[in-house]
Design a protein around this ligand. Structure first.
Ligand code: BV8
Ligand code: ZN
Length: 250
């Protein structure tokens, strides 16, 4: 089932679902004004991941990497959940269990009211010391211009997963469990190129989930989907929730 149509099959599957996974990437936050990575106006269009989102870049140019994150924090800390985030949270009223597995670091799913949010790539709202691991959770750090030093002399960095770094083990374990148990797995707003996150939709499909892609553009996983919805998440998700609500109230 391809195209912009939202099928009755999907609505039926959701109506009978035990567990629905919403797997999200930067696209779900695009309508909140948060730039994606790989779209033409995306964050990576001016920079390359290897230049910024990795430890070597941070150690070589700590101030440049810190400033890049502060620029993103300025946007993210003023961003609001959009209708796509809100629809995912509302799904919890209609389905026994909803799990959000996100690659995003902006915290907008929690802000929208989703109760289970697995942050595979960390969060931009927290920091820690690159050398000793000490956590620095105070919000004051989210707006300081210059990279700060820990008492041990190490540099303080955002609590995000950089390229070449392992994902948080507990997050990966729970994300895999949810993907295996999913009745419906919605892959929303992700270019499906970064691993191991991009492997989750395939695990879900292997264990029998109905696999759906919500993305205006094709991705390398489009051909593995049972259904692709070529719409923005802020348009498709509220429509899916509205149709599910109608079916359940009939
Ligand atoms: C790991 C956090 C084990 C920081 C990010 C060689 C050496 C080392 C590693 C590798 C290697 N080759 C491959 C790897 C693995 C590597 C990887 O996958 N690389 C890719 C690029 C090939 N992965 C890793 O390194 C991971 N760690 O493997 O550890 C290990 C250890 C040592 C050595 C080897 C392996 C860590 C990956 C996490 C990196 N951190 N971000 C930060 O945010 O600053 S990744 C970054 O890209 C994002 O966090 C996001 O998670 C990821 C994917 O981006 P998307 O979210 O999909 O966003 P994107 O812009 O790409 O796409 C947006 C989509 O939305 C588009 O499709 C667009 O059409 C759509 N869209 C736009 N508008 C809308 C929309 N959809 C719906 N509605 C809309 N309105
Ligand atoms: Zn330290």
């Amino acid at each position: 089932m391809n195209g912009t149509m939202i099928s009755n099959t999907l609505i039926d599957r959701l109506a009978n679902a035990r567990l629905v996974v919403a797997f999200t990437g930067a696209g779900v936050s695009a309508e909140s004004g948060v730039a994606t990575f790989r779209a033409t106006d995306g964050l990576w269009s001016r920079f390359k991941p290897e230049e910024l989102a990795n430890v070597q870049a941070f150690l070589a140019n700590p101030q440049m990497v810190w400033e890049w994150y502060q620029a993103r924090r300025d946007v993210i800390l003023n961003a609001r959940p959009n209708p796509g985030h809100i629809a995912i949270a509302e799904l919890e009223e209609l389905v026994p269990k909803v799990s959000v597995i996100t690659q995003n670091i902006d915290g907008l799913h929690a802000a929208a009211g989703s109760s289970e949010v697995i942050e595979l790539h960390g969060t931009i709202r927290k920091n820690f010391c690159q050398s000793c691991g000490k956590r620095y959770d105070d919000d004051a750090l989210l707006t300081v211009e210059d990279v700060q030093r820990c008492g041990c002399g190490g540099m303080i960095r955002p609590q995000v997963v950089w390229f070449g770094e392992n994902l948080p083990e507990d997050a990966v374990t729970l994300a895999e469990e949810r993907s295996i148990a999913a009745s419906v797995f919605l892959s929303i707003g992700t270019s499906s190129v970064v691993y191991p996150a991009a492997g989750l939709p395939l695990i879900a499909r292997e264990y029998g989930a109905y696999l759906v892609e919500v993305n205006p553009e094709e991705t390398p996983l489009s051909h593995s989907m049972h259904e692709t919805i070529r719409l923005a998440s802020g348009e498709a998700l509220p429509e899916i929730v509205a149709r599910l609500r109608t079916l359940k109230s009939a």
